[in-house]
Design a protein around this ligand. Structure first.
Ligand SMILES: [Fe+2]
Length: 464
């Protein structure tokens, strides 16, 4: 039988729709101009400038110091002498200064000796208030400021940034500048900081340069730390057998406030978000401390107090690049059903040096014998976003599995950063901003509907 023109068109349309259904989402056609490998900024770069003055504090950075945002851990390094652990701080409206005293740490790593690393927690802060603080008391002082979050609440608007795998290349510098031009007021850092371990003997001088490079943002707003594989710094060949030694000395977290016993997994509440940080490189099987901690933490999440539930980790569970393919699988097997049960809204990861966003899918029905081992659409599941695209010296992951799997909604091998703009209990606007020829371009964007308050299918919501 001969087919008419209209039926041919209909058949073609049907075939095309089948192809669309079988394959996944969008693989961006954008190809970065500069395909050469990124290079680290030289040691004498302006980005690494040492502040002038005897024993001047450097590498200043802050992170949330308690469960709800009324404390801040202030950290800095002095190099000439220990100096003071004191922080002097005052609010915009206060008539008096306050003082807090902290502790100083040093460590050695192979042939490197650290400066004096100070950590001081300031507490009892008012919500939604601008504070100034001063470090380097007694020698050269430096002043900075930050703004505390609003009190934890259901409809509190708040904007987070997301950066991972930043490193310290010229591309890293672009990513950080673009992020500083965004509305982000707290950065969710999804692991792999300095990449010092890519240098001979893990040259820890590159931990110092990274600290000076990131100070221009991290001294003014909290960076919420996730540990990545580049923080492990385990190298028995040079006698370095204490894992996470540079990271744990330099970057503290408020893990005890959430009853965690290890600094690499913990939770905080900030604005309308309950943020759970997981540790891809700490044990997570069902008999481990991390498992016990998470299974006691999730029932504590009160969605009538913090409407949004966000998880950070380093190694992604849903990844369709060849790089690190399936590395997140063991942790997914252990934890995924909990994420679905407790309706996690969004999971941010890094590790893969590219960008990817998943559909709302789950894959937790497999029991070895039933053969059900394919991710399926699940509106109780989180969206998984990989932001391993900060711009480090190892370069982009460009090889993608083909065809694009159905769980993958958008993927692109470019550097950039994300922002999550929580509007209220029902809606948050997520955007991914690619570094394109020196300016930030919003390349992927979507409205996320809250899984507890607005559990509708949000995969096809048009962007205004
Ligand atoms: Fe990594």
């Amino acid at each position: 039988m001969k087919m008419g023109y209209s039926s041919s068109v209909a058949l073609l349309a049907l075939l095309m729709s089948i192809v669309v259904l079988c394959n996944g989402g969008k693989t961006s056609t954008y190809v970065r101009n500069l395909i050469e490998k990124p290079v680290d900024m030289p040691l004498d770069s302006d980005a690494f400038a040492i502040p002038p003055g005897y024993n001047a504090p450097q590498q200043v950075h802050i992170t949330q110091g308690d469960l709800v945002g009324q404390a801040m851990i202030i950290s800095w390094v002095t190099v000439d002498e220990p100096g003071s652990n004191e922080v002097i701080y005052w609010s915009d409206s206060s008539l008096q200064n306050f003082t807090a005293e902290g502790q100083v740490f040093t460590y050695t790593y192979y042939n490197y000796t650290s400066g004096f690393i100070h950590h001081t927690t300031i507490t009892n802060l008012e919500f939604n208030t601008k504070y100034y603080y001063e470090v380097g008391i007694g020698n050269t002082t430096r002043q900075f400021w930050f703004i505390t979050p609003p009190e934890v609440g259901l409809d509190v608007p708040y904007t987070f940034g997301i950066i991972g795998d930043l490193g310290q290349t010229f591309d890293s510098n672009t990513t950080l500048t673009h992020y500083q031009n965004s509305n982000g007021t707290t950065l969710l850092y999804v692991g792999d900081l300095s990449y010092a371990d890519d240098y001979p003997n893990h040259d820890n001088v590159r931990w110092d340069t990274w600290g000076r490079f990131t100070e221009r943002s991290a001294a003014y707003q909290p960076w919420i730390w996730t540990a990545g594989n580049h923080e492990i710094d385990f190298d028995p060949q040079i006698g370095e057998t204490q894992p996470f030694k540079p990271f744990s000395n330099r970057y503290h977290t408020p893990y005890e406030a959430s009853q965690s016993t290890e600094p690499y997994y913990y939770s905080i509440k900030r604005g309308s978000a309950h943020i759970i940080v997981l540790a891809s490189y700490s044990a997570y099987g069902t008999s481990t401390l991390q498992y016990k901690w998470l299974t006691s933490e999730l029932p504590k999440v009160n969605r009538t107090e913090t409407s949004w539930l966000i998880v950070l980790m380093h190694a992604p569970w849903y990844n369709s690049y060849y790089n690190h393919y399936m590395e997140g699988e063991p942790m997914r097997v252990v934890f995924e059903s909990l994420f679905v049960k407790y309706k996690v809204d969004v999971v941010f990861a890094g590790h893969v040096h590219a960008y990817e966003r998943s559909e709302r899918v789950s894959n937790d029905k497999y029991n070895i014998t039933n053969g059900i081992c394919t991710p399926v659409k699940d509106i109780s599941a989180p969206v998984y976003i990989t932001n391993g695209d900060g711009g480090n010296l190892e370069g982009l992951a460009t090889n993608m599995t083909q065809p694009q799997p159905s769980y993958s909604a958008y993927r692109e091998a470019s550097f950039g950063h994300g922002t999550l703009d929580i509007k209220n209990r029902t809606h948050a606007y997520y955007s991914w901003n690619r570094n394109q020829d020196g300016y930030a371009v919003e390349a992927d964007k979507l409205w996320l509907f809250n899984r507890y308050w607005n559990p509708l299918d949000d995969s096809t919501t048009p962007i205004p």
